[in-house]
Design a protein around this ligand. Structure first.
Ligand code: ADP
Length: 624
């Protein structure tokens, strides 16, 4: 019989499985049971629409059998089964792969992450078995087929026999090694424990023959009995106090394909105008596709324990799209269509409640577990920020108190409220500075003086941040003010008066500098705003230098330009030099203007249009 080779990615995943990088091997059983349960679901749904498919719900079951002599573990189901083609397609490739892109020399952690992201699936059975045999008969076929593989060297498929529709998977369990006792997977008690741990809520009975040893008249009697191992009660329908955190997390891992624990579990039951139970999770990291178009938000929707929709998007606002979980309500009709759901009042009520609940939980985390919240914010803060400036800010009131930004003073993340509570006497503005990183903002000339005056500055390091601030406009009546804005007004009346005079008396010097820079700046001035730095750029109007930088990196034709003003530190020796130079050799001033402007741009992290020209200007000056 001809051996077929696995597809390239499948082979790599297989290698990972066979070499057992995953320490938690017992989860293979959860994966196989979950596949069996899905297959039964499929057959059930099929029977709803296809009159020819006759089933009795009572018959559905998953069976586990252990054969100690032959060292096999068998899992069978009476679900939809697979055709020959399906065996080929489903088991010869990784089903969930999608855009899965395996790097050549995959590191161990990366591999675990990939496996976690995509769910370990059927192949995980190779962690514990030498050979896997799958015999399946599809609801759409009269014949059964057997797929078999011992791993890396490929698989075979041939025609075989099966009395009824369904799938039987037989695992030839590996021999024990020093590190790993594989024979545990042939132990009834252990299998029972694993099923209870991961698959207790599966809605179909998972049956296994269990041995009970009785002593009667000093003789041991072995009593064999088929038992149902799982309670079949969905986790969310159990009493909260009866559920261990571990169970919540196990459920989360399996259902939402995350290898990390969720950061927060929210289990809530509401009785009233609308009754429902919700089990929600806030993940601890963003899924790999979270910030792409492919990501679909939504919660599973159940009507009294029966799944009616896999991803109900209407239950979550876009800004909370990271929430995973499910809602179960007996108020929703089983036969409700997607279109009707959108207008369903009950559903809208539930959605409103869920939004409030999630917000409240996040606020509590922000208050009581700041470290967790910071981690959350790193992962999903961007989504909350989009939420603020999307749709012209209609949701800003919901979200503004969930924002945190780095504070220059406290050197950690703070909320707007915390900023306001600690403002200086007479301070009426919230100061902020934007840049690529905290270190880079710390080096901005404009920041120095504001800090020296004792003001706290919020550092904006995400490209979305300034849009957020501009959408908010103010917080609690306090206006936001960019420290690089031309309208930043920190001087005393006296200082203002003296710098005004200074600028007036040097008008011709400043005008000739501005003329030298042409349309690059709208003005050149002396300033008090700088402490040690010689020069900086400030901006007039809504577009800051940082925004210009972000916009020019975007792939649009139209480039938006900030209205830049070059400000020269009046107390820096360069100011004096310029004034005297202008008297002696006014021609030279334009070269100084070019170099100072270039310096100001470099400090802002902006590029130069004419680096060669600037370089030769500097060298000429050095050579003098
Ligand atoms: P996943 O379940 O995530 O899609 P798996 O690798 O576990 O990935 O399984 C691949 C596919 O094989 C499934 O999507 C399903 O179509 C099919 N499959 C696996 N087990 C069974 C089963 N017991 N009955 C029917 N189909 C199955």
């Amino acid at each position: 019989m001809k051996k077929k080779q696995f597809k390239a990615e499948s082979k790599k995943l297989l290698d990972l499985m066979i070499n057992s990088i995953y320490t938690n091997k017992e989860i293979f059983l959860r994966e196989l049971i979950s596949n069996a349960s899905d297959a039964i679901d499929k057959l059930y749904y099929r029977s709803l629409t296809d009159k020819k498919v006759k089933i009795d719900r009572e018959d559905f079951q998953i069976e586990i059998a252990i054969d100690k002599d032959n060292k096999t573990l068998t899992i069978s189901d009476n679900g939809c089964g697979m055709t020959e083609e399906e065996l080929e397609n489903n088991l010869g490739t990784i089903a969930r792969s999608g855009s899965l892109d395996f790097k050549e020399n995959l590191k161990k952690e990366d591999a675990i992450n990939i496996i976690g992201q995509f769910g370990v699936g059927f192949y995980s059975a190779f962690m514990v078995s030498d050979t896997i045999t799958v015999t399946s008969r599809s609801i759409d076929s009269k014949d059964a087929f057997t797929w078999e593989s011992s791993g890396a060297d490929g698989y075979s498929i041939e025609k075989s026999e099966r009395d009824s529709v369904g799938t039987t998977i037989t695992l030839k369990i590996k021999e024990d090694t020093e590190e790993e006792k594989y024979s545990e997977y042939l132990d009834t008690n252990n299998i029972e424990r694993i099923v209870k741990k991961y698959s207790d809520y599966i809605r179909y009975p998972i049956k296994m023959e269990v041995e009970h040893v009785h002593t009667k008249d000093d003789k041991e009697e072995v009593h064999k009995e088929v038992e149902t191992l799982n309670s079949m009660i969905p986790l969310w329908k159990k009493e909260k106090k009866e559920i261990k955190e571990e169970e919540y997390q196990n459920f989360y891992h399996e259902k939402f394909f995350d290898y990390e624990d969720a950061m927060k579990t929210i289990h809530t039951s509401v009785e009233g105008n609308v009754s429902y139970t919700a089990l929600l999770y806030i993940p601890s990291h963003a899924p790999y596709d979270f910030y792409t178009k492919e990501y679909e938000k939504g919660l599973e929707l159940y009507s009294n324990g029966v799944l009616i929709m896999e991803k109900c998007a209407d239950l979550l606002p876009d800004y909370f799209s990271f929430v995973k979980g499910l809602v179960d309500s007996s108020d929703l009709s089983l036969n409700i269509s997607r279109e009707m759901l959108q207008h369903d009042r009950q559903l809208q009520l539930i959605a409103k409640n869920i939004e409030k609940k999630v917000k409240k939980e996040l606020e509590t985390m922000l208050e009581e577990k700041r470290e967790d919240y910071e981690k959350f914010f790193k992962a999903f803060g961007m989504q909350l920020k989009f939420g603020i400036y999307n749709q012209f800010g209609i949701h800003k009131d919901v979200l503004q108190d969930l924002m945190i930004f780095y504070s220059s003073k406290r050197e950690k993340m703070i909320t707007f409220k915390e900023y306001i509570d600690d403002m200086l006497e007479g301070q009426d503005k919230i100061y902020y500075a934007a840049g690529e990183s905290i270190d880079k903002i710390n080096l901005l000339p404009q920041v120095e003086k504001v800090k020296e005056k004792g003001y706290e500055i919020l550092y904006l390091t995400d490209y979305t941040d300034e849009f957020v601030i501009q959408t908010l406009m103010n917080y609690d009546g306090k206006e936001f003010m960019n420290v690089s804005s031309e309208s930043l007004d920190l001087d005393t009346e006296e200082e203002k008066e003296s710098i005004k005079k200074e600028n007036e008396s040097n008008k011709t010097l400043l005008t000739s500098m501005k003329d030298a820079l042409k349309e690059k700046v709208t003005d050149v001035r002396f300033t008090n705003r700088l402490k040690n730095h010689p020069v900086c750029l400030t901006t007039e109007g809504p577009v800051s230098m940082e925004m210009e930088k972000i916009m020019s990196a975007m792939p649009t034709e139209e480039k938006i330009k900030a209205n830049a003003i070059m400000e020269i530190n009046d107390s820096h020796p360069i100011a004096k030099k310029l004034k005297s130079l202008y008297k002696e050799n006014p021609e030279e001033v334009s070269k100084y203007a070019q170099i100072l402007y270039a310096q100001a741009r470099l400090i802002e992290g902006l590029t130069l249009d004419n680096p060669a020209e600037i370089s030769s200007l500097i060298v000429d000056m050095m050579a003098k």
